[in-house]
Design a binder for this molecule. Structure first.
Ligand code: HEM
Length: 398
């Protein structure tokens, strides 16, 4: 079980990913934007136009796939099932957010007076979306399994906290528990036209896959949702908290601008792997199906030809015309994130509450050269402690 899913390619450990980010950043000269890197082991793409050509895949330039539906033996399919699952998942989360909107102030208040990040973000999202991940009447041991997966595999640096044998044992047990439940639901599925809809994301996946789907594949798709929600959304919230706290003068900006700018500076999904479908030229570089393409949204988002003051946190830039072509926090084209709208809505609501009702500070303070992330398949914020206090103007709302 690796921290995978929508937030990046599935290979490699944290150290390798950290090295890769540093390496790609060092190699990027802001000029060509597409280059072959022997040290990174592939062709790097930081040019916005080339990145969109690859991800959009309009001319069949790559073998068409996103990371989300990958499993250990290939890709879960057909594409129609992928699309149906993505859509049903979005609708389920959307409904939950609507019905549980009133819970958010309490969840945010629980971060006070002090909280440890980025774990606090993962746990907040897990708490808020718990019933969507697994409906309340699901077996208690399964709820415990989902909590343990978040603790042992989703959180930043989780892998380093356990030995390889312990991880392997845990992985086997967790997958077996989820597989048993998946098989049971395949035998007694909830009809797709059930008036109450799917109870949770496992129903969504089982319903989309159908009775003949391999339950092990379905479990991996379910895990992608777990990593995307508790993992990616939690990390994005962590970045927003960090940026707001370290730029107090900018906390009054509209939450929508703060969220967009957060996802620009620190795109949780920072690297997309693709394989060329044939020999061709990409941004002046000859590539073949033997190459690995690495589209780096982190560098696209900081491309000096497309962004003014690219390394600075400037939420106000979203008030005017912005180069949307150089903005890919949720990917681009047919595989654009199915959860983008629900993610942005939740983040905006949470950031809105944090900046309206609380004053947030963090320790350690941001180093002079900026925060360096914990890099894995996802870009997680560095470890920090957040202190929340009520500004005088909010004393009445307590
Ligand atoms: C901060 C949070 C998130 C980020 C940054 C993110 C990012 C992404 C990105 C970049 C992709 C495209 C991957 C590729 O092209 O290889 C993607 C795909 C996907 N995401 Fe997300 N995601 C997030 C949260 C979610 C959530 C909450 C859901 C739940 C519905 C979700 C569901 C999906 C699905 C189903 C796909 C596959 C789309 C397809 O191939 O048709 N994501 N995500």
């Amino acid at each position: 079980m690796t921290s995978s899913s929508s937030a990046g390619p599935r290979s490699g450990g944290a150290a390798r990913h950290g090295d890769a980010l540093a390496l790609l950043t060092a190699e990027f000269d802001g000029g060509s934007g597409v280059w072959r890197s022997a040290r990174a082991g592939g062709v790097c793409v930081a040019d916005p136009e080339a990145a969109r050509a690859v991800l959009g895949n309009r001319h069949g330039v790559v073998a068409d796939t996103s990371d989300f539906y990958h499993h250990r033996d290939g890709v879960f399919g057909p594409r129609s099932a992928q699309v149906a699952i993505g859509r049903a998942a979005r609708l389920l989360i959307q409904r939950h957010l609507r019905e549980h909107h009133a819970d958010l102030p309490r969840l945010v208040a629980e971060l006070a007076p002090r909280s440890e990040w980025p774990d606090a973000g993962n746990l907040l999202v897990l708490r808020h979306l718990r019933d969507v991940l697994l409906h309340p009447a699901a077996p208690p041991h399964l709820h415990a399994t989902v909590e343990a997966i978040v603790s042992r595999a989703v959180r930043a640096g989780a892998r380093e906290r356990h030995s390889a044998p312990s991880r392997l044992l845990f992985r086997r047990r967790a997958l077996a528990a989820l597989e048993t439940e998946t098989r049971a639901r395949q035998r007694a599925p909830r009809p797709p036209d059930h008036p109450a809809g799917p109870r949770d994301l496992l129903d969504v996946v089982v319903g989309g896959g159908g009775p003949a789907a391999d339950p092990r594949e379905l479990v991996e798709v379910y895990l992608s949702f777990l990593f995307a929600t508790a993992g990616s959304v939690g990390f994005a919230l962590g970045w927003a908290v960090h940026l707001v706290a370290t730029h107090p003068g900018r906390a009054a900006a509209p939450p929508a601008w703060i969220v967009r700018e957060t996802l620009r500076l620190w795109p949780v999904a920072w690297l997309f792997a693709r394989t060329p479908s044939r020999a061709q030229e990409l941004g002046g570089v000859r590539v073949t199906p033997r190459d690995r393409l690495m589209v780096c949204s982190y560098l696209v988002h900081r491309h000096p030809g497309h962004w003014e003051r690219p390394a600075e946190f400037v939420p106000e830039r979203w008030a005017g015309t912005v180069p949307d072509a150089a903005y890919l926090p949720f990917g681009h084209g047919p595989h654009t994130c199915a959860g983008a709208t629900v993610t942005v809505r939740l983040l905006e609501d949470l950031v809105g509450l944090l900046t309206r009702d609380w004053r947030v500070s963090v320790t350690p303070p941001v180093p002079p050269d900026g925060a360096w992330p914990q890099v894995g398949p996802a870009l997680a914020p560095p470890r920090f402690t957040a202190t929340l206090s009520r500004p005088d103007s909010c004393a009445g709302r307590r």
